[in-house]
Every structure is written in C-alpha cells, then in structure tokens.
Design a protein around this ligand. Structure first.
Ligand code: AMP
Length: 116
C-alpha cells in the first residue's frame, strides 16, 4: 500500500493543526471535525495501515503511548471530566479512509449510541 497523507503530515510537508507530539505519536485536529473537539492520534511509524496489523507482542508500547496522548489531549481540551469518545475505524465496512493507523478523539458534545 502506498504512502498516505498522514506520512506527509508527520514529515511536516503539508500543514496540520498539531496539538500533541512526542517521539512515538503525533496528534492533530481533523480537517472535517465531527464534534467540537475532533483530534486524530497517529503513530509516527508509517508501517501500520490498520488495527488488523497490530499485535500486543509488537505494539503494546505504541498503544499505551496513543492512550496516554488521548488522555493528555482530553485534559488539554477540557473534555476529560465530561467525557470523550475514542474510535479506530478498521477497514472498508467501518469507513476507514486513510490507511495509516489512527485513533479519533471526539468530545465537546453528547455522543449518540449506536454510532451508525
Ligand atoms: P477514517 O475514516 O477513520 O480513515 O478517518 C480519516 C480522517 O482523516 C477523516 O476524519 C478525515 O477528515 C481526516 N483527514 C483526512 N485528511 C486530513 C488532513 N490533511 N488533515 C487532517 N485530517 C484529515
């Protein structure tokens, strides 16, 4: 699978509204926000297209880093107390558009369930 737009964001070749960064993880505002807070949390590793490519033996540290980032971002955006939603779309039926692993963080409004 070819390179995605997120690889260009990681290399800072195209602009993004970056809200969090460390050695493993980058997070930036979604370009088409579906909630008052909508941030994408991605690994800097460009070799993980989907959740199906993850395994605990290889990726537990990365997944921990993504959750730590999510909690920090939720605090920074003031949604930690009221609540927020984390979503990882995996594959076509889930509506995954970008095949670089990413976690959506939604907050700032009441979420519906089921998600549709
Ligand atoms: P998914 O459907 O889970 O693959 O989500 C991909 C998300 O990436 C969508 O919510 C898009 O709005 C978002 N997106 C695509 N291109 C960009 C970009 N250049 N900057 C920020 N978000 C983007």
């Amino acid at each position: 699978m070819g390179e995605t737009i997120f690889a260009k964001i990681i290399r800072k070749e195209i602009p993004a509204d970056i809200v969090f960064e460390n050695e493993k993880v980058l997070a930036f505002k979604d370009i088409k926000p579906q909630a008052p807070v909508h941030v994408l949390i991605i690994p800097k590793d460009t070799g993980i297209p989907t959740v199906s490519d993850l395994s605990s033996s290889k990726h537990s540290e990365l997944l921990g880093a993504m959750i730590d980032a999510a909690n920090q971002i939720a605090k920074d955006f003031g949604v930690s107390e009221k609540g927020f939603r984390l979503v990882m779309n995996c594959g076509a039926d889930a509506g995954q558009e970008v095949y670089h692993l990413h976690m959506h963080l939604f907050g700032g409004r009441k979420m519906n369930w089921p998600p549709g």
